[in-house]
Ligand binder design. Structure first.
Ligand code: HEM
Length: 303
């Protein structure tokens, strides 16, 4: 019975671990195009590189010492060009670093953070002008501002592209606010991907040995398999940290920072909802574990 269960679990586990790696790889490529700062922070890439390497493991220096690629790490192990390949399917693709995204690079068409903040403030100002005009019943100004948001006119198209595209930057006070927590992202990403690769290896080995009827004699491997169960939850949390910490400071990328997206719900309501969820999920956990343990104690039916 155990052998049959393991056969089924290892095949499904392996298929889904491969699928997870595939979707993870796709997510990385999409993040490279849509959220370059997240990618740069995940890799602790300070200066943009053509044919950028992927850091397999590394130990970061303290924040005050990290300014360029040369002083970012105590030590690291790289795979040459892999970051460019994974991000843009091109070994020579250019990956902008944190410094490029903050300071801008005219040659590559990257605006500096300061410039984006200036343009964002113009867009925020126009919306404020509209609101003020509406409150005062000033239809002439309302029509004037509305024209800026009309994509079908050259004036509207230019305003939307050059100013409104940076709307969220209008609420940013300092360029450094645009850099998410580099160590948290860097290490979380490596925990997730490391776990993902380990799952693929472990499940393939377990499936193979089980097929050849040699798994039961490898007790150490059975223990490794049991202790790998929590790793799936840890990898999930690490992935969630990559996605959520990496998108900071944005609630909506480049449009709305978290600081202005925060709602005015009283903290008491949040506490109550949190406690309700805590009680509900703890009750479900206790129920699930007691059913599991009861079944384990009963053991398999020997028909
Ligand atoms: C094996 C290689 C893997 C790669 C290359 C990979 C890559 C990624 C990337 C790039 C993201 C960020 C997506 C974004 O922010 O837009 C991500 C998010 C995530 N990953 Fe992975 N991952 C891998 C394995 C895993 C494994 C094994 C798990 C869990 C068991 C996992 C769970 C997650 C979760 C929960 C998220 C957050 C999704 C979200 O909230 O949008 N990943 N992964």
């Amino acid at each position: 019975m155990a052998s049959k269960s393991i056969a089924l679990a290892s095949v499904f586990g392996l298929l889904f671990a491969l699928l997870t790696a595939y979707t993870g790889d796709r997510s990385g490529a999409i993040a490279a195009q849509t959220q370059p700062m997240k990618l740069a922070a995940m890799e602790a890439l300070y200066d943009g590189e053509q044919g950028a390497p992927l850091t397999v493991i590394g130990v970061l220096r303290p924040e005050s010492e990290r300014r360029t690629n040369d002083d970012a790490f105590h030590f690291k192990i790289d795979i040459p060009k892999l970051l460019s390949v994974m991000s843009f399917r091109d070994a020579e693709a250019y990956i902008p670093g944190i410094n490029d995204l903050l300071e801008g690079d005219a040659q590559r068409g990257i605006l500096s953070a300061e410039e984006k903040m200036l343009r964002g403030r113009v867009a925020v100002g126009e919306l404020a002008r509209y609101r003020k005009a509406r409150n005062a019943g000033d239809t002439v100004t309302m029509a004037e501002v509305s024209r800026l948001f009309d994509r079908s006119t050259p004036e509207g198209e230019a305003f939307l592209r050059n100013y409104f595209a940076y709307f969220g930057y209008g609420y940013i006070d300092r360029p450094e606010q645009l850099v998410p927590n580099v160590p948290l992202l860097f290490y979380s990403f490596r925990v997730m991907v490391g776990a993902g690769c380990f799952f693929i290896l472990l499940l393939a080995v377990v499936w193979w040995l089980n097929r050849r009827d040699r798994l039961a004699s490898k007790r150490w491997l059975l223990w490794v398999a049991v202790w790998t169960i929590p790793l799936a939850y840890i990898a999930s949390q690490a992935g969630w940290a990559v996605a959520e910490v990496g998108r900071q400071p944005w609630a909506i990328h480049e449009m709305m920072p978290v600081s202005i997206a925060a709602s005015k719900i009283p903290s008491g309501s949040v506490t109550t909802t949190f406690i309700l969820f805590l009680v509900l999920f703890t009750a479900l956990l206790i129920a699930e574990l007691s059913i599991l343990f009861r079944q384990i104690k009963l053991g398999p039916k020997n028909d």
